[in-house]
Design a protein. Structure first.
Ligand SMILES: [Zn+2]
Length: 424
């Protein structure tokens, strides 16, 4: 059943093939110049053009359809001009499939206030606009034109504006790129959230203008789709306003005003209200455009995302926890370093079809972790990335088969929750 399709012609399109009654959930296909992504899909994160400890070939083998890297990190190192000269991100990292880049807005601000990866999911206790993590120097300053920040690598000063973020992302050359936004935390005051939202809207127009200009200038390059980012923190009116505004936003070219190709749903999100907040936005956003949920990847949160109309997800959680020896199974998460695994001559997850589970035992990977061997991270990451990629693939298959509610009930009945939000 073909429900909706965006016109193609520039190499980017989105087609929704299946829906779920009385729900925002849908399955479809995003087409990009580097290939298709069957949705819903989990997009593993290779922040610096590499998934830590795992080769791109292995990511392909474990079912990853696309990878997401980071404009902020790649701008600082090796430099987006080098990736441009290499022929773009896909060629540079030997990943022939589709790629995404995050705009750098989140990274500039989260690293800038010293929180690094975590914009706390349960930060209800205080409100301040000057929040900086304990003992950290504030490294980023926002004004209406952009953000000035200090490199977390060498302390050098840099500036990102919407135009610079677009230029950097065009040089990197991912198939799907994001507008530069101001990502607030749940700590910010309501009045600051309003100010930041207006700033993100104004930056959205500047991103569209610069993107349009660069697309023309670099017309020999594969088309890059630009997603607008919806912020608004935990406030219903702000989330709805952001969704309405970003959906209506156009570039200022009177001859050919372009719109966003899709949307990224961003900001610090409270786990308890994730579903409600997604519904606020996705009931407003145009149904025919793809939606990406930024930085969410715990199994139970992926179901909430799919339930509420999310098409793609990215999250560093699967690989990050793997490196600390935490692994997913259908029963929940556990830690491979635990002594109980010393003589466990069985796979990490007996139901898993990944390379690690079909070739190695818990006891062996436990030994590698205890011995601080590099291959511990490789084997655990392969398992976790496969687990999450496959889980979202199973959701997609269930949406197509028409038994998604049953599949979800079965999973949630077995899986013991423990989760978080994480972006790099
Ligand atoms: Zn496995």
């Amino acid at each position: 059943m073909r429900i909706n399709a965006l016109p193609s012609g520039n190499g980017f399109s989105f087609e929704i093939t299946h829906g779920l009654e009385n729900s925002l959930a849908r399955a479809g296909t995003i087409s990009t110049p580097h290939g298709d992504v069957a949705t819903p899909a989990f997009i593993p994160v290779g922040t610096k053009a590499t998934v830590k400890a795992v080769l791109p070939e292995t990511m392909k083998d474990l079912g990853a359809q696309a990878l997401l890297s980071n404009a902020y990190h790649l701008y600082l190192q090796p430099g987006s001009d080098i990736i441009d000269d290499a022929g773009g991100l896909s060629r540079f990292m030997n990943w022939p499939g589709p790629t995404f880049t995050d705009s750098g807005g989140f990274q500039v601000l989260s690293l800038g206030v010293g929180f690094k990866k975590v914009l706390a999911m349960d930060a209800q206790t205080f409100r301040s606009d000057e929040v900086v993590a304990g003992n950290k120097e504030r490294l980023a300053h926002v004004d209406d034109d952009g953000v000035t920040f200090k490199s977390h690598i060498d302390g050098s000063m840099h500036r990102f504006t919407p135009e610079i973020s677009m230029r950097v992302q065009h040089q990197i050359g991912a198939d799907i790129i994001f507008a530069f936004d101001e990502c607030t935390t749940l700590h910010n005051t309501r009045s600051y959230q309003e100010k930041a939202l207006e700033r993100t809207r104004a930056w959205g127009i500047r991103c569209l203008d610069e993107h349009q200009k660069l697309t023309l200038e670099r017309s020999e390059k594969p088309y890059q789709a630009l997603y607008g980012v919806i912020q608004g923190a935990q406030y219903e009116d702000l989330r709805k306003k952001a969704a309405t505004d970003m959906a209506a936003l156009r570039s200022s070219d009177p001859e050919n005003p372009i719109a966003f190709d899709g949307f990224g749903l961003g900001g610090a999100l409270d786990k308890k209200t994730l579903g409600t907040i997604l519904t606020w936005m996705n009931e407003i956003l145009p149904v025919e455009k793809p939606r990406h949920l930024l930085g969410i990847g715990a199994p139970e949160d992926l179901f909430v995302g799919v339930d509420n109309g999310i098409d793609t997800f990215d999250c560093v959680l699967a690989s990050r926890i793997a490196r600390t020896s935490a692994v997913y199974t259908m029963e929940g998460r556990y830690n491979l370093s635990n002594a109980a695994n010393r003589r466990a001559f069985e796979p990490i997850d007996s139901e898993c079809d990944c390379y690690t589970c079909t070739h190695y035992t818990k006891a062996y990977v436990h030994h590698l972790f205890r011995g601080k061997e590099i291959n511990a991270a490789t084997l655990a990451t392969i398992h976790n990335e496969r687990f999450i990629v496959r889980l979202v693939d199973q959701m997609r298959a269930a949406l197509i088969a028409g038994d998604y509610p049953e599949m979800k009930a079965e999973f949630m009945g077995r899986y013991k929750h423990l989760s978080g939000q994480a972006r790099d």
